[in-house]
Design a protein around this ligand. Structure first.
Ligand SMILES: Nc1ncnc2c1ncn2[C@@H]1O[C@H](COP(=O)(O)OP(=O)(O)O)[C@@H](O)[C@H]1O
Ligand SMILES: [Mg+2]
Length: 252
């Protein structure tokens, strides 16, 4: 590779590093309520770039889950845009959205949502089987991921035979199995004690960083959010940036 090509590759890498993986632009969302409408999001905007970890904080009821669901293509905004890897989700059919959710997004919720009749290994490999990957390769990948979350000794356990922290570890491995590019996590530690919360938070942050995925984590727990690139607060239906990329405190 000559010098010119090297410069060009560096410039491309720099551009790539800045490209948004997921973006919410001026999003409005209301719920029907008692014959009227309850406005929850009133012009919320948010952007997560490649390799970035961003936290959304806000009191209970602020609309954090609503925003995450819109960005995860689980619901549609009344107004505004949710864009994932350049696709405007509002323009896609339900079938296309389901495919995007399976391949391009890893979702983690407060409650693990593991299927009770399946083992840790089977739960973890399910999204990869749905995307029709080779069962043998998928099994190996699932074992590897469960090893990375510290569960090599629990592959054959069903969810009820696992602790809450272990269940959430399986959910993390499952979210990573299709190499989605972005992990969206809604209060992933909300059901755990303080010590386990920190462990799971650090595991999630470490694994997404290691694999180069972006992370959007939603939590009401401000003490938890450390070492992310940015912290955004959702309040009165809008987003406000609290922490800059370099950890400079704006208002926290
Ligand atoms: N399906 C729904 N119908 C009516 N109101 C809803 C619905 N879902 C959420 N809400 C209301 O919207 C507000 C925001 O909810 P949510 O996004 O779950 O907040 P958060 O995740 O920040 O706690 C809450 O006041 C909640 O009661
Ligand atoms: Mg919520």
């Amino acid at each position: 590779m000559n010098e010119w090509e090297m410069h060009r590759r560096d410039a491309e890498d720099a551009d790539k590093a800045d490209s948004p993986v997921i973006e919410g632009i001026d999003i409005y969302k209301s719920y029907p309520f008692k014959g009227g409408s309850l406005p929850v999001l009133k012009g919320a905007s948010l952007c997560v770039k490649e390799g970035e970890a961003v936290a959304v904080v806000g009191v209970s009821g602020a609309g954090k889950s609503t925003l995450l669901h819109l960005l995860a293509a689980l619901d549609r905004p009344d107004k505004g845009q949710a864009i994932l890897n350049g696709h405007d989700l509002g323009t896609l059919s339900d079938k296309e959205l389901a495919e995007i959710r399976n391949k391009q997004i890893g979702l983690i919720f407060q409650f693990h949502h593991l299927l009770p009749e399946f083992t840790a290994l089977e739960n973890c490999l399910m999204p990869a089987l749905i995307s029709r990957k080779s069962p043998k390769a998928v099994r190996e990948r699932a074992k590897e991921l469960l090893g990375q979350v510290g569960l090599s000794h629990r592959l054959e356990h069903k969810p009820t035979e696992l602790s809450c922290g272990e269940q959430q570890r399986v959910a993390i491995a499952r979210a990573l199995i299709n190499n989605p590019g972005i992990i969206l996590a809604d209060e992933p530690t909300g059901n755990l004690d303080e010590g386990t919360s920190r462990e799971i938070y650090e595991l999630l942050l470490g694994l997404t960083r290691e694999s180069g995925h972006s992370l959007l984590i939603v939590t009401h727990d401000r003490n938890l959010v450390k070492e992310v690139n940015r912290v955004v607060e959702l309040s009165n239906g809008k987003t406000v940036e609290l922490y800059t990329q370099h950890g400079h405190k704006l208002r926290f």
